[in-house]
Design a protein around this ligand. Sequence first.
Ligand SMILES: O=P(O)(O)OC[C@H]1O[C@@H](O)[C@H](O)[C@@H](O)[C@@H]1O
Length: 267
Amino acid sequence: MSEITMVEFGQLPALRLRAPDGAEATVTLYGAHLVSWIGKDGRERLFCSAESALDGSRAIRGGVPVIFPQFAARGEGMRHGFARVCNWRAGGGGIEGDTAFALFSLASADLPDEVARAWPHAFALELRVAVRANELSIALEVLNTGEAPLSFAAALHTYYLVDDVDLVRVGGVVDGGLAVGDKLDWIFPGVAGALALTAGAAALHLEQGGFTDAVVWNPGALDAAALNDLGDDEYRRFVCIEPALVDPIALAAGARWRGWQRVLALG
Ligand SMILES: O=P(O)(O)OC[C@H]1O[C@@H](O)[C@H](O)[C@@H](O)[C@@H]1O
C-alpha cells in the first residue's frame, strides 16, 4: 500500500514514505534526517550506526545528515552546522504518479535561542525527499529571507551501506579502490559528471546539481575507535559520498539556491 505514515525511529518521530511499487524512505523530524532508504528491490541502501543516539541529544550517525550552514569545522559555528540537530517541520507530501515524496522545512524563526544568537541571519530551508522504484531524490533549497547577503555552506552527508569498505570504488572521482587505511577524507571540487559507487555486487549511480563538490569520507579504524557513536568495526560497513558546497557562497537578499542529488540503485 502506498502511504505516508508517522512512525518512531528510536525515540524520534519520523515520516515513512511508501511508493506504490514498495520503495520506502524514513525521515526523522530531528534534522530532517533520512535514516533509511529501501528501493523496490527490498534492499536497505543507507548505513545507520547501531551506536547512534536516536533521542535528539546529538546528530544521528548514518543516513543523510543535512549539513548547513557550515561544512565540518570550516568556520566558527557548530561543526557541520546546526540543521542536523534542529527539529524541522513536516511540510506535507504525498504520492505523485509512481513517486512518494515529503517536504520538511526549517526557518530562522524555528531555531532555539542559543543557535539563533550564534547565527543571526534570516533564512528558510526546504528539504524534499522522494522515492520511486530503485531511485532516491533529495533536494535542499535555501531561501535568504533577510535583507543582507547570506553566506552558507551545505552538504547531504550520505552514508552508503556496503558489505566491506575494502570493496568500494568511487568511479568519476577516484581511480582504483579506496585504500581506507587509517582514514580517508577527500574533497573533490568542481565535480562535473555522475559518480559510480560499486562495492562487490552493489552498484549505485549518483548525480548531483547545485552542490559543486563531492566529499568522500570514512573514518578508518583509528578515528572510528575515537567516535563513541560508531562501533569499532562499523567503519567497514559504509562510505560517505557527499554532494557538498564546501566553501560558503553568498546568496543575495530574497534569492534562492537549490542543491540536489539523485541516486539510482543498479545492483
Ligand atoms: O563526526 P561528524 O561531525 O559527523 O563529521 C564526520 C566527517 O564528515 C566529513 O564530511 C568531513 O569531511 C570529515 O572531516 C568529518 O570527520
